[in-house]
Design a protein around this ligand. Structure first.
Ligand SMILES: [Ca+2]
Length: 262
């Protein structure tokens, strides 16, 4: 039974109980750097959002998803970062379209996003820097930048000044303004491989918490639209997919890291 003395102690006990929790959050930096090239990653806070859209398509139905916090690369992985990976791991296979100037891919374009990499290439790079590919849900949540029910990362109107799409080539990463999470080119420049397999009806059965995609399927999801895609593909909920061994002029990637991963 509580007496007056124990009741008066309650605020102090609560403070003592919460201190470790607040201390833990205070220790989480907003920005971290990974790999030999000190690749910048931003903290994406845990939260819930409505994934998908109410219109017809494989992005239907819109459904609630809850995600844990994670770090995500501020920029798409560049040619120079991928070249270093190939050199330091003695990788036998370079990307497709490497040293082809018309695609701005290779050592002459160090700050352009690397293209011509397969899903496995992207996954290997991510592992090399102690990271992984984002899940499809993590990508859409991060691309929305905390904004719900928007058609594009920047709002509801298509704006060619906000992203590189339907153009002649990739551009130097970060050429357009970042979104509200401090991430660049989540829309456009290159489509980006994510971890999940593709299934057009997956949203009908997707789990609500930290979904990781269907368990089978030959195709892997690509997200965000790229320089070589039209306006429909830059919608923030738009889904697309390719065979996992495909190497494309319009597809690159970026990485994420869970807070629990060292
Ligand atoms: Ca992109």
């Amino acid at each position: 039974m509580y007496n007056l003395k124990s009741f008066s102690m309650f605020p102090y006990l609560l403070l003592v109980a919460l201190l470790p929790l607040s201390f833990a959050f205070a220790q989480v930096p907003k920005t971290v750097f990974v790999g030999a090239d000190s690749i910048q990653m931003m903290l994406i806070p845990a939260g819930e959002f409505m994934m998908g859209d109410t219109s017809q398509g494989d992005h239907y139905p819109a459904h609630k998803v809850a995600l844990d916090s994670f770090y995500m690369c501020s920029y798409e992985i560049t040619c120079s970062q991928y070249q270093r990976f190939c050199e330091e791991t003695a990788r036998q296979r370079l990307p497709e379209f490497w040293r082809m100037p018309q695609f701005h891919n290779g050592p002459d374009y160090p700050r352009h996003p690397v293209i011509g990499v397969s899903w496995a290439d992207a996954k290997d790079f991510a592992k090399w820097i102690g990271c992984r590919l984002p899940t499809e849900a993590e990508f859409e949540y991060a691309a929305r930048g905390g904004f719900a029910e928007r058609r594009y990362s920047w709002g509801d109107e298509l704006n060619p000044d906000s992203a590189n799409y339907k153009s002649d080539s990739t551009k130097v990463v970060g050429s357009y303004p970042p979104n509200a999470f401090g991430l660049y080119d989540m829309t456009g420049n290159v489509c980006e491989w994510v971890q999940d397999r593709y299934q057009d009806t997956y949203y009908m059965t997707s789990s609500e918490r930290n979904p990781e995609g269907p368990e089978s399927g030959r195709f892997r999801v690509i997200r965000g639209g790229g320089w070589h895609t039209g306006p429909g593909c830059v919608r923030v909920f738009h889904r697309n997919a390719l065979p996992s061994n495909w190497q494309d002029i319009n597809v690159g990637f970026r990485c994420v890291k869970s807070l629990s991963e060292k």
